[in-house]
Design a protein around this ligand. Structure first.
Ligand code: PMP
Length: 379
């Protein structure tokens, strides 16, 4: 069985997962093992793709995954873990539906495309205030988190802690003042290093970057928020309380996706947990930023202090403006031929992006650094 894919996969998501997870997931497709697909446990006589979500084998998977979210990701016990569907995008809508209180505004920090999509789902439901933004510099930094007076009396304040498209990341998760709940979209850096998840009352992450396949969204919500009365009617399926009551089993979940999430969390634990993974991610991103900072041709988009360790974005800013697009296209073409896949940046930044999630090997970063240096030398 292949354990090494042929291409270096820099995709922003769905993204690279550890080879051992691919193997264990393939094994579970052939026959699921008992005890949450524990190595050495007997087969249950069925594939993960056919097993009922109401069965004992699946309960071991979903409750096992939930437990690992607390143990490995550091989600505090004060919060309920949920595995939902509809992607992080559904959370953009569920948050204002569930957390907005009558007569109170919702506050957002605008750090780019995904923040704006979250804001757009709040606006039709009531007063929505942008309390900080880095739009003026094309989202090349994380604005300072405002003081409590900016969001006093709000239903909640929402931030995007890692901005996949612009390549910016909060150095640390801020603490909101007063009793205003902080809501974080941590989709693209979940599980990448130790972080103060307890500062958020609600956090959500589409799994398809660091945590697993697409089709599962990890949500964690402080238990007292489950009793909050929303400002308007919320359909049963869209209430957090519904999914908390029958924990992630209200309707048929993405059973395969939750299994893979569990396998990824086990891999993370076995790698030494968030501290060890965080160190490796610092080193990987550090090498790439150092090469880009040293380059006369390329320049990172994100400013120091706001740079993502997961999504590194850069442009050919050292070249005359008229030549930048052609150079970027040449780079992409040659990179693809050399086995580097998924380096095209989002059109709003206009250059290149390397997503180097947890499972992306350091050797692939080294290979990219060599390729960048060589490309510049030959140009
Ligand atoms: N938030 C962030 C930070 C993202 O990167 C993405 C997807 N790339 C989304 C939200 C939307 O996620 P989904 O496609 O799972 O709805």
């Amino acid at each position: 069985m292949a354990t090494q894919t042929k291409l270096w996969n820099f995709s922003a998501g769905p993204a690279i997962l550890p080879p051992s997870v691919f193997e264990r997931a393939a094994d579970a497709v052939r026959e699921l093992r008992a005890d949450g697909h524990a190595p050495g446990s007997p087969g249950v006589g069925m594939s993960i793709l056919e097993v009922s979500h109401r069965s004992k084998p699946y309960e071991a998977i979903t409750f096992g995954a939930e437990k690992l979210c607390h143990e490995v990701l550091g989600i505090p016990e004060t919060h309920q873990v949920l595995f939902l569907q509809g992607g992080a995008s559904l959370q953009f809508a569920m948050i204002p539906m569930n957390l907005r209180e009558a007569g109170k505004r919702a506050c957002y920090v605008d750090t780019g495309v995904w923040s704006q999509k979250a804001i757009a789902e709040s606006q039709p439901l009531g007063e929505t205030q942008v309390i900080a933004s880095s739009a003026a510099t094309n989202y090349d930094r994380i604005p300072a988190f405002p003081g409590g007076e900016a969001y006093a009396g709000a239903s909640y304040v929402h931030i995007t802690t890692n901005n996949t498209i612009f390549g910016t990341e909060y150095e640390s998760i801020p603490r909101a003042e007063g009793d205003v709940p902080l809501v974080i979209d941590f989709s693209s850096h979940a599980g990448s290093r130790p972080m103060a998840l307890e500062n958020a009352a609600l956090g959500y992450a589409g799994a398809q970057k660091n945590l697993g396949p697409s089709g599962v969204t990890l949500v964690y919500i402080r238990k007292d928020l489950l009793a909050k009365k929303p400002a308007g009617h919320v359909p049963v399926i869209l209430r957090y309380a519904t999914h908390a009551k029958e924990p992630s089993l209200y309707n048929t979940p993405n059973t395969f996706g939750v299994l893979v999430l569990k396998l990824v969390l086990e891999w993370m634990r076995d790698e030494g947990g968030l501290a060890a993974i965080g160190e490796r991610n610092d080193r990987k991103a550090g090498k790439l930023y150092a090469a880009l900072d040293a380059s006369a041709l390329f320049q990172p988009h994100a400013q120091p202090g706001s740079r993502s360790r997961m999504n590194v974005t850069w442009t050919a800013a050292g070249a005359p403006e008229a030549e930048r697009e052609a150079i970027t296209n040449k780079f992409l073409k040659e990179a693809q031929a050399a086995g580097f896949d998924g380096l095209k940046g989002h059109r709003s930044v206009g250059g290149l992006r390397a997503s180097i999630y947890n499972a992306f090997p350091e050797a692939g970063v080294d290979a990219l650094v060599d390729f960048i240096n060589e490309f510049e030398r030959k140009l």
